[in-house]
Design a protein around this ligand. Structure first.
Ligand code: PGA
Length: 259
């Protein structure tokens, strides 16, 4: 049984004045949540404050990016030990917004994944095709390339410490989510590749999240799909009430699936 996981990716939203009440609202709304793991990924500047608010709760802190090196002359960058020092346990890597806006190539993402693993952070490795790639029938080719490159030279045992997120670019922030069947098909394909790269047992234990316009209104159907192990939530994670509802519905769907 894979424990469902819900990750809130706040992106570049959240001054401290906004982040504190949001984190408090999510924490308080999930006091009795069970059978689900929850990670909040605020902007770097709010990590310490959100970490203090989450301390003593089952909610976990994550970051939205990191540099592949542990330290160095890299102006404006954040290294993995700076994140673990603040209590971060997860880091989102290879998000399509960074691939596109910052031009992050697969090779750099791979270095980040290996560094994060070496420094005790769980990478949430994002893959996903654009609308044009899907139209051309290149969905599997795209995600396969991103997965193989992202996990290059990561040993089978270390692959067990990764979380994957399938985020079709056309579904991010558009309001148009992938259907459970569309996501399930890609997740199944990714799990098959993980079997080959690691082992069947390891592939069966890795959480594959879906991301892209997940909302309280559509999460139930997505979470009921056996291949979807939770969600990476952007816009809808900026409302405490909305995100709490997403988490609770995910936990319920997971419990039903587990029975
Ligand atoms: P969205 O973003 O939920 O706003 O579509 C998801 C993501 O980019 O992780």
């Amino acid at each position: 049984m894979r424990m469902p996981l819900c990750v809130g990716n706040w992106k570049m939203f959240g001054t401290l004045a906004e982040a504190r009440p949001l984190a408090t609202g999510v924490r308080d709304g999930l006091r009795r949540a069970k059978d689900v793991e929850v990670v909040l990924c605020p902007p770097f500047t709010a990590l310490a404050a959100v970490g203090e608010i989450l301390a003593g709760s089952p909610l976990v802190l994550g970051a939205q990016n990191c540099h592949p090196e542990a330290s160095g002359a890299h102006t404006g960058e954040i290294a993995p030990p700076m994140l673990t020092e603040l209590g971060c346990r997860y880091v989102i890597l290879g998000h399509s917004e960074r691939r596109r806006e910052m031009g992050e190539p697969d090779e750099l993402i791979n270095r980040k994944v290996r560094s994060a693993l070496a420094q005790g952070l769980t990478p949430i490795l994002c893959v996903g095709e654009t609308a044009e790639e899907r139209r051309q029938g290149l969905t599997f080719t795209t995600v396969e390339g991103q997965l193989r490159a992202g996990l290059a030279e990561v040993g089978a045992e270390a692959i067990a410490g990764v979380v994957l997120a399938y985020e079709p670019v056309w579904a991010i922030g558009t309001g148009a989510n992938a259907t459970p069947a569309q996501a399930g098909e890609v997740h199944g394909y990714l799990r098959g590749l993980l079997s080959e790269l690691a082992s069947k047992d390891i592939a069966g234990s890795i959480r594959i999240l879906y991301g892209g316009s997940v909302k309280p209104e559509n999460v139930e159907l997505l979470a009921a799909e056996p291949e979807i192990d939770g969600s990476l939530v952007g816009g809808a994670s900026l409302s405490a009430q909305g995100f709490v509802t997403i988490v609770k519905k995910t936990a319920r769907a997971g419990a039903v699936r587990g029975n």
